[in-house]
Design a protein around this ligand. Structure first.
Ligand code: PLP
Length: 364
């Protein structure tokens, strides 16, 4: 048995967090209306801007990705206008549900699970109607498809009054993403995926254009009001109590991410993906995501041909100290996912794949 002192997460999120990062949380509390907090907030902000590749304000508050989904549509879609959602998996579908739950008028364009949203689909939909915003998921974690956001941004940018809102929850910090170059007005992400932080803090880059839109929306709610967040942001502060301990952890982790080098980090994720694909091919498995759109941060293994018992696999791997995913939503069991994001090393992934090989062999 290998030497591990806890179940190591190979999930889609939350993911494994290094001990140094967990320990960085262990500092005395500070008052969040004092100078020390302003310094912490400003430090986070400077690093986040480099990781998001943006000059926009990045709000960092106590919430998860879901909170910023709600914020995006609530602030940026007027009641007498529509929002256009592209869906192709569980997360993109849920974002559309949230827009409806906020009383917005929603149009949905759907691709099959496992397929990508293409620039052609976006161009076609935008030629037929006008929208206050387009909502799209960068990396659809349920199907492990990465959508071509750069090419899609070229299309969306041709519509002057349409904001471009992107969920990059399992993408940013693991997969190439350029907020400003791609004209993304709202880019939102959580801490517990590719950032390899504990859950409970989320980050959202918001453009000036998006805030101008918010100004034209009378009822933006309270907790996620972009204008109020911006007002505090200008003073290196947050409107309500921030998750200070998580911010200490984030401050260290963002430094480490920048030390690795963001491009190096993207390249490491591609290597992790390629290793996973090679393992799949060598063991007779296909991949669920359409060719050419395979995610660098997570891989859904197509289990329909081989048909391993995913519960038995997870139990086998748990004995070896790995907490495994068993697939998500309606494709659970037909697929299982290998999360290979965050600070995962090639050696660690190799250990996971060796364990899986052993399971497949034992089973055969
Ligand atoms: C996990 C996930 C979410 C939900 O984020 P929470 O932080 O769990 O609220 C949204 N979108 C994608 C693509 C995700 O992977």
């Amino acid at each position: 048995m290998s030497n591990f002192d806890h179940q190591r997460l190979v999930l889609a999120g939350p993911i494994e967090v290094r001990k140094e990062i967990l320990e960085a949380q262990n500092q005395w509390m500070i008052g969040h209306r004092g100078k020390a907090f302003e310094v912490l907030y400003a430090s986070l902000q400077a690093k986040l801007k480099q990781i998001f590749f943006t000059e926009n304000s990045i709000y960092a508050i106590a919430t998860s990705g879901t909170g910023f989904w709600e914020a995006a549509v609530r602030n940026c879609v007027r009641d007498d206008k529509k929002v256009l959602h592209f869906t192709s998996g569980a997360f993109s579908e849920r974002w559309a549900v949230i827009s409806k739950a906020n009383g917005k008028q929603v149009d949905i364009v759907t691709a099959e699970w496992g397929q990508a949203i293409t620039p052609e689909m976006v161009a076609d939909a935008l030629s037929k109607d006008t929208y206050d915003a387009v909502c799209i998921v960068h990396n659809e974690t349920s199907t492990t498809v990465t959508n071509p956001i750069k090419d899609i941004s070229d299309i969306v940018r041709q519509c002057d009054d349409t904001l471009f809102m992107v969920d990059t929850v399992s993408g940013l910090a693991g997969i190439e993403f350029y907020t400003d170059d791609w004209g993304v007005d709202v880019a939102l992400t959580s801490s517990q995926k590719a950032f390899a932080l504990p859950p409970g803090i989320a980050f959202c880059a918001v453009s000036e254009r998006a805030r101008q839109r918010a100004d034209a929306v009378p009822y933006r709610g309270y907790y996620f009001d972009f204008l109020s967040l911006e007002k505090s942001h200008q003073k290196n502060s947050t409107p309500s109590t921030p998750p200070v301990s998580l911010m200490y952890a984030a401050d260290k982790q963002l430094t480490d991410i920048l030390d690795e080098g963001i491009e190096n980090r993207w390249a490491r994720h591609i290597k992790l993906r390629d290793m996973t694909h090679e393992w799949a091919a060598n063991n007779g498995f296909g991949l669920f995501a359409a060719d050419g759109y395979n995610s660098p941060t997570i891989t859904a293994i197509d289990n329909r041909e081989v048909g391993i018992d995913v519960n038995a696999m997870a139990a086998f791997m748990a004995d070896r100290g790995f907490s495994m995913d068993k697939g998500y939503g309606k494709i659970k069991g037909d697929t299982f996912r290998i999360g290979h994001m965050g600070d995962m090393s090639l050696d660690f992934l190799q250990e996971v794949l060796d364990g899986l090989s052993e399971f497949v062999t034992v089973k055969a």
